[in-house]
Structure formats: C-alpha cells, structure tokens
Design a protein around this ligand. Structure first.
Ligand code: NAD
Length: 319
C-alpha cells in the first residue's frame, strides 16, 4: 500500500517541505472562477493530507488569491504550514523598488493573516532590471528579514539565465531559493541543465507548473496561455492519446516532475478538493527507483518530440 507524502529539505533553509506543494494562483480565479467556499475547502483538504508548502503572490487575481488563502489559513495553526508569497509583480505592473516591495510585504502579511512569511520571492525578475533586483530589492528584503517579517528570500522567472545572472552577483547565502516554472515537465526539461549550477550555489529548487500551466490537462490551457500554437496542439494530441489509453496526461505529467530528487517541491495549481485528492494520490505512489511507465511515457515523449523545449519569450529583451 502506498505511504504518505514525502518531505524534502528546501536548500539550506532547514524547511522540510512536502514534495507536492500547493500552487495557489487558481484561487485567484486565474484559470476559471472559483467560489470562496470551494477554495477554502481545497486548502483545508491539502493541509489534512499533509501538504505543508503554499505558494501565492499579490499578482494572482489582483490580490484575490492571497485574500482567499489568508481566510483559509486563519483557522490553521501557524506551525502546520510554510507560506511563500512574492513581491515586485502586481496587477498594475512591475515595481521592484525598495519602497514598493517593503510596503507589499506588509500588505501581504495583512491579507494572509500571518505575522511572518517563510519565503518572499521577487516575482518574475526578467520583467525588471536585474541590477535593480540585486542592488535594491534584495537588500530591502534582507532588512525585512532582520525585522522578522520574512524568513528566507527567493527569485522567480521563466528564462533560466536570469537565475545565473543574479546568483553570480550576490553574496553566497543571500538568496535561499529559486522558483522555476514550465521547465521541468513532459514537454520541457531545460531546468535539468541548470540543476548542477543551482546545487553548486546551494539554493533550494522549486519547480512550478508541472502541467505546463494547463497544457498537459484534458481541459487544455486557459485563453491567456502564452505558448505558441504548435506547442498547444502537440500537447492536446498527447492528452488525447493518453485518454485513449485510459490515463490522464495530468497524472503522467505530475508523476514525471515529482520523480526528480533535486527538486524540493513541485508546485501544482489546485482549486478543488478532488484535484487535491487526485494529486496527493499520485505523489503517494511515487517511487523514485522505479522508471516512469513504460510504453505510454515513451509514446507521449515521441508525440511531444517536435515541440521539445519549445517555450515563449518573457520579460525585457536585454534580460
Ligand atoms: P500547473 O501546471 O500547476 O497547472 C494548473 C492547472 O492544472 C489548473 O488549471 C488546475 O486546475 C489544473 N489541475 C491541477 N491538478 C489537476 C489534475 N489532477 N487534473 C487535471 N487538471 C489539474 O500551473 P500553475 O498553477 O500555473 O503552477 C502551479 C503554481 O506554481 C502556481 O499556482 C503558482 O503558485 C506557482 N507558479 C509561480 C510562477 C512564478 O512565480 N513566476 C509561475 C508559474 C507558477
């Protein structure tokens, strides 16, 4: 019989996080409308089943995701979960200035109903000036760390090279975690190339969007999904192929991402109790020693081969 969820160290933070992490962007109704009661029940089910890492941002649903997550966590003892939120990206645009990020952390603390945030991350740094992130944003966050408002600092983004740029220019130990998304999934595995470097820098690695933000699902991606048509259509074909074999591509995709032992937690976006149960069941069955299925996996790999590692541009040209 399958055991419970597993937990891994998040870099050198000392946080032992569930390998399956809760991505809270869907709680901001960014994929489709989510009722508040359903959102709260989803978070409570995740806690009940052992998920202890929750990731959100003031950007998701223009602060809605933080508000709803805050309501859900109000009745949960603080030691039961780790909370990660972000700064620098907002519904109204990007602002990585020291003043804005400091104010933003105060606003997040209030919306989330907590006295401290475990991990504060500069959100999608490729849209800002990387030099400003290094010289102004990170020092501002270090001050908040001294004040006890945040415990650890991270950076997030789509192009992997922005992590290298920043980590090569800050004091070791300044940045604790990086969050990469859409680069370790069935259709895109480019994060693998950066893992030795990131491990060398002793940062914890979070992999987000194992379903490539909805590409690797039966219902398909939301309207706003930035992937090129060729990638959308190849993923839709792969999903159909899995359906015909009686398997959900989401299960296969999540299984693939969860198997990498260098990833502390894989963040999947969830907005229903059923999704939590389904995804926790997949995580419980994972056996790292065992190779992922088999024939079906190879067939999907073959179908996705023409679009392998195809991505989209994100952020400023110079980054
Ligand atoms: P994802 O790949 O996790 O896909 C989410 C979609 O898959 C949602 O529509 C969800 O309803 C659906 N889904 C979840 N479980 C499913 C299942 N079992 N079967 C079918 N569909 C299922 O993409 P995501 O939500 O964008 O990423 C996960 C989280 O990672 C986000 O919520 C966010 O917290 C974080 N993230 C951060 C950044 C960043 O910092 N720049 C970027 C992307 C994601």
């Amino acid at each position: 019989m399958a055991g419970g969820l597993s937990y891994r160290q998040l870099g050198t933070t000392g946080l032992k996080v569930s390998t399956l992490g809760f991505g809270a962007s869907p709680l901001g109704s960014v994929f489709w409308p989510v009722k508040e009661d359903d959102a709260i029940a989803t978070v409570h089910e995740a806690i009940r089943l052992g998920i202890n890492f929750f990731d959100v941002s003031p950007y998701y649903g223009a602060t809605l995701a933080e508000q709803v997550l805050g309501k859900a966590l109000k009745s949960i003892p603080r030691e039961k979960y780790y909370l990660s939120t972000k700064c620098g990206r907002y519904a109204e645009g990007f602002d990585f200035s020291a003043k804005r990020v400091s104010q933003s952390v105060d606003e997040s603390l209030e919306r989330l109903n907590v006295e401290y945030i475990d991990l504060i991350q500069c959100h999608d740094i490729e849209f800002g000036s990387l030099d400003q992130v290094i010289s102004e944003t990170i020092p501002a966050l270090l001050k908040l760390k001294e004040m006890g408002k945040v415990r650890f600092i991270g950076i997030t983004g789509l192009p992997l090279k922005v992590f290298h740029y920043v980590l090569d220019r800050v004091e070791p130990g300044t940045i604790d975690v990086v969050l990469s998304y859409c680069h370790l999934s069935l259709n895109d595995t480019t994060l693998l190339e950066s893992i030795p470097y990131l491990k060398g820098k002793k940062v914890g690695i979070i992999n987000a969007s194992p379903l490539s933000m909805g590409l690797l699902t039966d219902h398909g991606p939301p309207e706003w999904h930035p992937a090129p048509e060729q990638l959308k259509s190849a993923c839709a074909d792969a999903a159909k192929h899995c359906r015909e074999r009686g398997v959900s591509i989401s299960k296969l995709a999540l299984e693939y991402s969860l198997k990498n032992p260098d990833i502390s937690t894989t963040l999947i976006g969830m907005s229903s109790v059923e999704q939590v149960r389904e995804n926790v069941a997949v995580a419980r069955e994972i056996n790292i020693e065992q190779q992922p299925d088999h024939e079906l996996y190879q067939e999907v790999e073959h179908l996705l081969q023409p679009v392998k590692n195809l991505t989209w541009s994100s952020g400023r040209q110079e980054n």
